[in-house]
Design a protein around this ligand. Sequence first.
Ligand SMILES: NC(=O)C1=CN([C@@H]2O[C@H](COP(=O)(O)OP(=O)(O)OC[C@H]3O[C@@H](n4cnc5c(N)ncnc54)[C@H](O)[C@@H]3O)[C@@H](O)[C@H]2O)C=CC1
Ligand SMILES: O=C(O)[C@H]1O[C@H](OP(=O)(O)OP(=O)(O)OC[C@H]2O[C@@H](n3ccc(=O)[nH]c3=O)[C@H](O)[C@@H]2O)[C@H](O)[C@@H](O)[C@@H]1O
Length: 433
Amino acid sequence: MRISVVGCGYLGAVHASAMAHLGHEVIGIDVDERKIEALAAGRPPFFEPGLADILTSATSTGRLRFSTDIGDAAGAEVHFIAVGTPQMAGSDAADLRYVDAAVESLAPHLGEGALVVGKSTVPVGTAGRLAERLAEIAPHARLAWNPEFLREGFAVKDTIEPDRLVYGVADARAVHQLDDVYRAAIDAGTPRLVTDYATAELVKVAANAFLATKISFINAMAEIAEVTGADVTQLADALGHDVRIGRRFLNAGVGFGGGCLPKDIRAFSARAEELGRGEAVGFLREVDAINLRRRQRVVDLAVEALGGTAYRRRIAVLGVTFKPDSDDVRDSPALDVAVQLTGLGAEVVATDPQGIENARARHPQLEYVAATAEALRGADLVVLVTEWQEYRELDPVATGALVGRRVIIDGRNVLDPEAWRGAGWTYHGLGRP
Ligand SMILES: NC(=O)C1=CN([C@@H]2O[C@H](COP(=O)(O)OP(=O)(O)OC[C@H]3O[C@@H](n4cnc5c(N)ncnc54)[C@H](O)[C@@H]3O)[C@@H](O)[C@H]2O)C=CC1
Ligand SMILES: O=C(O)[C@H]1O[C@H](OP(=O)(O)OP(=O)(O)OC[C@H]2O[C@@H](n3ccc(=O)[nH]c3=O)[C@H](O)[C@@H]2O)[C@H](O)[C@@H](O)[C@@H]1O
């Protein structure tokens, strides 16, 4: 099938590459010339495990092409919209201008029977509005909403082997067209749910709201653990044995970040308020507040561990991305902590296996070094805020030989406190005694 993907960022570049990998003929469109140039040359413009392989092989066969000209989408049967829906400046609502622009620019190029498929995460009601608009400007085309659930770091696998497919549709033909797109997953038994637009839009924001709530729940327990001497990691293990609760997404620490969970729960609250049902999801404001308090907690712990002031103290910050196996620093708790400590006058040296370039673009005032050992050398305090495998595996003895003082804050609760204390370190976890 001929497919176009409009918007080739973290979602769209992976989606386009994965669709071509599955045998479709795909054109990826983006307004960012540098991104398109890299993708067309088979080079991922960001770090995502496994993307380079499928991108390079699909571009070399000619099945996957990229362009900045939306006119090149003409001739495709299914057109995915994968542009950004960031938080609007000065508000919690989602900024829909890119989605609107993508639909407007695509409309003149839609052939008879073409299906426009929204993948971007949008406030409930957006698809209905866009379908009405399409009926005016491209009456021979139709719209579906097919939210995406991939995780960065696992994006390729999650796209090729999704755990479920959700089709928000207004006509039966759209279901057949989407089945043709996802034939491989459907044949492999992937559950597929056909819904109306509003349900499909809500499934997506509800899923992210639930995940965010689960993380903030355990972080709230960490706050209580901190004043009672309890250990939140043991608490999470014990809770997780109840299959109704489950252990996943109960890792307490510096909290959630990224280009999705934070903005999605805020946009959901804003949309619910517009709909006159703000109180229904009022708890999401609390989820957000708990989450932001965890970043502050790490900063406060750092100041405390440094004897009351961070001024001119050398702090090694391990990790700047919002999670490991990604170079994404959007709303990263790790980077936020580094920036706040710098603001307190600390000499922060930040390091990360993949995120330095993006972090530097946002916060050029920070000092970044590529080598972990260099960040650690002479440090008065070590703060681990992104749990890259390389940091999880740090040897407390060897690390102790590099630093100035053996004090560590494990902002992700991934180190073995006994091993670190045994090597002479003062160890602080979050929600751990
Ligand atoms: N990043 C992720 O893991 C996931 C993201 N999503 C959702 O997918 C959407 C995209 O997210 P990301 O890929 O992370 O954002 P991103 O910012 O990495 O990519 C968006 C891309 O759209 C392009 N763009 C903007 N306007 C355009 C236009 N008119 N025509 C063509 N291209 C245009 C931008 O240049 C950019 O490359 C968001 O709604 C997000 O919530 C959903 C699931 C997973
Ligand atoms: O809509 C999206 O963009 C995506 O958002 C999340 O995916 P992602 O942001 O890639 O990353 P997650 O693995 O969900 O982690 C999000 C944040 O929560 C944090 N987290 C996660 C789990 C946990 O137990 N504790 C915790 O603090 C992570 O460190 C990270 O900062 C969802 O998991 C995806 O299903 C969804 O498609």
